[in-house]
Design a protein around this ligand. Structure first.
Ligand code: ARG
Length: 463
């Protein structure tokens, strides 16, 4: 069955049929197609194209198709052009000629838009929920080791000491922005396109607001040509997913490093690691490596749709059928990665003594000393030089910060006061960074409280 056979003398070639068919991937839209079609049947009844009885017959038949589609084998062996054609054929098998009325004043161009919007709205909701679950796991991991000290890095060189919760809250902020970004994408997804026809607006006087209310869309599109041409809402979803994956990938990279034998700060649970088929000792962070790997795949999905849309003349072009696989893939990979990251976070056991020693053995306190000199009236440039010289002496003589005392400091430069030696311990210098956003224990415990409150608010915004 074709939805467009009349104008043709022969059917499509087998090669074209194979080449252009999309059922093997857009079959995922079957529930959205059923839901949108039920609302469309009710819209047709409101304008008198269907009687109330006919409408009920169609709505019931669609519901039956929805139930049958629970069977994962439902689409097996079908050779329809796409999911929309498949659903209408099934409708015909159930209700006969009446099925021919469902497409009155409707185009597949708007149907595909509404289906994808319904699919992406649900996908965004899943992702939003998962982001809050990961954020909650990060807070739990922070609260397990509230006082742990780690060296923070720039250029992957030890830079300044920070609290473990401060480090995790950095990711909390990233995922908080991701939550907002995905919410914004959802708002642009959540607009009803039906009533647009193929490109010029439907020839039937639908009450578009009523269709929108039926499908829980808070808004309707304003231009029919834009509807047929537009995939911005899908790009928004792909971009929001890509940034999530970017953040997950960096988190994965950190934890791959921190759990390595070189760092040895933490262990990952057996449940999220795998062994080697050859080397019996191996415990590999495959879960995190896959998250990192899948991030590239999702960026590819975004790029793919970007390039597909570039240069297309208005309005619909069949190129746009290529939107589906990137969308589905991005959703599955992002949802899978968020779930995986949460389980990894829950499995982490930190060995606080190791990063604490890494902080103490290096010169992460250098900035604290220089700033203390500046606070005592020394020009910062001079203070920087004094401490730089102290570090150079230490490096040359094999001394660690803990090998210096008040007396030896004062001997190294007259600007040093003996009591400044307390800053040779990383935890001391941290206390000065007590402003909002800093790593002082007071600031971090306030930040943890604020974060927990924000997470509660996010949870209340979930659909
Ligand atoms: N399978 C098509 C797609 O996903 C549906 C829209 C077809 N429209 C058309 N004018 N051929 O884009």
């Amino acid at each position: 069955m074709k939805l467009w056979g009349g104008r043709f003398e022969t059917g499509p070639s087998e090669v074209f049929e194979q080449f252009s068919g999309s059922l093997h991937f857009d079959g995922k839209l079957i529930f959205a197609d059923v839901e949108g079609s039920q609302a469309f049947a009710r819209a047709l009844a409101r304008i008198g194209i269907l009687t109330a009885d006919e409408c009920q017959t169609l709505v019931n038949a669609f519901a039956e198709i929805g139930r049958e589609a629970q069977d994962p084998k439902y689409l097996d062996g079908a050779s329809d052009e796409d999911i929309h054609t498949f659903v209408i054929r099934k409708l015909g098998e159930k209700v006969g000629a009446l099925a021919g009325k469902i497409h009155t004043g409707r185009s597949r161009n708007e149907q595909v838009s509404v289906d994808v919007r319904l699919y992406l709205r649900a996908s965004a909701d899943t992702v939003l929920t998962q982001i809050t679950e990961l954020m909650s796991a990060l807070l739990a991991l922070a609260e397990k080791y509230p006082d742990a000290v780690i060296p923070g890095y720039t250029h992957l060189r030890r830079a300044q000491a920070v609290l473990w919760p401060h480090y995790l809250l950095a990711y909390f902020e990233m995922f908080a922005r991701d939550f907002e970004r995905m919410e914004q994408a959802r708002t642009r997804i959540n607009v009803l396109p039906l009533g647009s026809g193929a490109l010029a607006g439907s020839g039937f006087p639908f009450d578009r607001q009523a269709i929108a209310a039926d499908l829980h869309f808070p808004a309707i599109t304003r231009n029919s040509m834009d509807v047929s041409a537009d995939r911005d809402f899908a790009l928004d979803f792909l971009y929001a997913s890509s940034v999530i994956m970017l953040h997950l990938s960096r988190l994965a990279e950190d934890w791959i490093l921190y759990s390595s034998e070189e760092f040895e700060w933490m262990t990952l649970g057996d449940g999220v690691t795998s062994g080697s088929s050859l080397m019996p000792q191996k415990k590999n962070p495959d879960s995190l490596e896959l998250i990192r790997g899948k991030s590239g795949r999702v960026f590819g999905d975004l790029t793919s749709l970007f390039v597909t849309m570039k240069g297309l003349p208005l309005t619909y072009n069949r190129d746009m059928q290529e939107d589906k696989e990137p969308i589905f893939d991005a959703f599955h990979q992002t949802a899978g990665s968020l779930a995986m990251a949460k389980v990894v976070a829950e499995s982490i056991v930190l060995k606080p003594a190791v990063p604490a020693a890494a902080a103490e053995d290096s010169w992460v306190v250098a900035t604290d000393l220089a700033e203390e000199l500046a606070r005592s009236g020394v020009a910062f440039h001079r203070a920087h030089q004094i401490v730089g010289k102290l570090v150079l002496d230490s490096v040359n003589s094999g001394k660690k910060p803990g090998d210096w005392t008040g007396e030896t400091l004062a001997a190294a430069a007259p600007e040093f006061k003996p009591e400044m030696a307390r800053l040779l311990k990383p935890v001391e210098g941290m206390k000065s960074r007590a402003l909002v956003g800093g790593t002082a224990p007071s600031a971090v415990s306030a930040a943890l409280k604020e974060a927990a409150g924000r997470l509660t608010e996010f949870r209340q915004r979930l659909h």
